[in-house]
Write a protein that binds this ligand. Sequence first.
Ligand SMILES: Cc1cc2nc3c(=O)[nH]c(=O)nc-3n(C[C@H](O)[C@H](O)[C@H](O)COP(=O)(O)OP(=O)(O)OC[C@H]3O[C@@H](n4cnc5c(N)ncnc54)[C@H](O)[C@@H]3O)c2cc1C
Length: 310
Amino acid sequence: MLSVSKALFQALAASKGLKTIASRYGMRSERSFARRFVAGETVDEAIAAARELEATGLSQTLDYLGESVATMAEADAATRTYIGLLNTIAASGIGRNVSVKLTQLGLNVDRATCVDNLRRILDPATTHGFFVRLDMEDSRYTQVTFDIFETLWQQGYRNAGVVVQSALYRSIEDTRRMDALGARVRLVKGAYKEPRSVAYQSKAQVDAAFVEIMQLLLSEGTSPAIATHDPAMIEATKKFAAARGIAADRYEFQMLFGVRRDLQLALKSEGYRVRVYVPFGREWYPYFMRRLGERPANVGFVLRSILRER
Ligand SMILES: Cc1cc2nc3c(=O)[nH]c(=O)nc-3n(C[C@H](O)[C@H](O)[C@H](O)COP(=O)(O)OP(=O)(O)OC[C@H]3O[C@@H](n4cnc5c(N)ncnc54)[C@H](O)[C@@H]3O)c2cc1C
C-alpha cells in the first residue's frame, strides 16, 4: 500500500500540468495548502519559521528547495543561494545548520562541478561554524553521494554529514562505514519508490531495518539523528537508549516542518533534543508530492484548501 502510494505520487510529481495548477494555488496565501509543509518561498519566511521553532525549544535545519537541476547555470544559482543563505543565517542569530541535495548542485550535469559547488558551500560553512547535511536522494545517487562525501571527508571536511535510508539493503554496511569514520548520520526510512532489487518493499521490513540501524548508530555512531514521525520507531529509540544508559544529548530526533508538531513538542518537553527540517523556496512541488505520498490522507486537506480558494 505504502509503495503503491509512493509510486503514484512520484508519477504525479512528474506531471507538468499538475505542477502548474498546484504552483498557482499552493503558496498564494497564509492558508494555502503547501504552507502546511513548506515554510515559504523566501529566506525571510524560512528564518521567521526557524525563530518560531527555536522559541519553543526546538532546533532547526534549513533546506533551500530544489533538485535535479539540468544546467550548470541552475547549479551555480543554487550554490550562490546557499552561500547567501549562510550569511543571512549567521547574521540572524538562528542555529547554523543547513541541508542540501547534490542534484541541486549539478550532480546530474557534471560531477566535478557539483563537487566544486559543494566545496564553495562547505568552505564558508566551516569558517562560520555551520553543519551541512547532504540529503540522500533516490538509489541512483546513493553510491555517488557516499563517494563524494567520503572524498571530502578524507580532504579534511568534518562539518558535513550524510543520510542513511533503512529501506535500502545496503544501508547497514554504509552505517558501519560511517560509524568507523566518525561521520554524523541521519537515519530515515527513505522517501523514494525503489525497486525490489535494492530495497525492502514492506513497512515491516523497513521498520525492522530502521531499528537495527538505530541501535548501531546509538551504540557506535557520532551524534546520530533519528529522523522519523513513527511513534513505534521513537519508542524503540528511547527504550534502547535507556537500557544502554545512552544520554539524551548523545543523539537527536528529527522531524519535518508541519508533520506531527504535537510529537515534536512532547519529545522536547520530555527532555529529548528535537530538530525540525524547514524547507523553503519556489521549487517546493516535488518535496510536497513526496509528503503526500507518505500519507495520502493529506490529499483531503489539499483539496479542501483548493476549493476554499477558488
Ligand atoms: C528530518 C527529516 C529528514 C529527512 N531526509 C530525508 C532524506 O534525506 N532522504 C530521504 O529519502 N528521506 C528523507 N526523509 C523522509 C523519510 O525518508 C520518510 O519518507 C518520512 O520521514 C516518513 O517516514 P516516517 O519515518 O515518518 O514513518 P512512516 O511509517 O512513513 O509514518 C509514520 C507516521 O508518521 C506520520 N507521518 C509520516 N509522514 C507524514 C506526512 N507526510 N504527513 C503527516 N503525517 C505523516 C503518520 O502519523 C504516520 O502514520 C526525512 C525525514 C525527516 C523527518
